[in-house]
Design a protein around this ligand. Sequence first.
Ligand code: ZN
Length: 293
Amino acid sequence: MPSEHPWRTIPTLPSNPSPPAPVCAWPHGHHAALFLSVDVDAETAWTDDDPTRTGHLVSLSFGGYEARVGTGKMLELFRQLGLSATFFIPGWVADTYPAMTEAIARDGHEIGHHGYHHLRPDPGSAFIEDELAQGFAALKRRLGVVPVGYRAPGGEFCEELRAALVRHGIIYSSSFRDDVRPYRHRLADGSPGTIELPVSANFDDWMLGLSARFSPRSIMAPRDVLGMWRDELDEVAEWGAMLTTVLHPQVSGRPMRLRLLREFLAHAMARGDVWLATGQQLAAHFAAATAGD
Ligand SMILES: [Zn+2]
């Protein structure tokens, strides 16, 4: 029976038949917004979908690079450029690496929620509430932070999570891949959800610059990525849109990847019309611009 086919219930967002127009003007006459965001997953990136990986020490050591080298190098770069970013940090990382996460907070960067053990929020997962509650508790305990931003670990999301984020007071999510502008989620009952700051899939450094036994893929040369990133930003500015980076210190904190990031950020800053902002700043701007809609 076609009506019982499960694919009949694929959830969709309202479509937009006309070419995308800027949803709101960016502050100070900027033509584009760049949400500079970093996911500090450390070892949880390797253990989230398979607990047996805790015995694979070289695979885990990709994650260990963050506390030893990668995060410090990224913080140094952002200090040199005078930039504030948003760091999404799993609670386990805050508990395990207090010196690293305190250094992030001390530099004035925004701290966002990224689960506790970085467990992927699949539909029906028994861990959704636990991951949220434990993540909040760890960031509060270690850093004194109550995050307003959330990024779904493992790049997945579900309807239960959409409602849970509102219940927990999260203001914005940065997880979806469906727009180049901020928008507001709708819950299944039609009530308003969090603001979404969509991720730009081409700016996930993991997909471009890391290959390992449990995450094998071809990597792209930094010079090719730089051309791709510049082109995307320049076109985003033509559209009046935004882009969102998803950087990991275990990737972008490596020497050639840090050089790439430095050159890309220099290009973005040299344009003079790109608003480099944290998620909290972008969400506040969107909320003010759409108040009363
Ligand atoms: Zn992550």
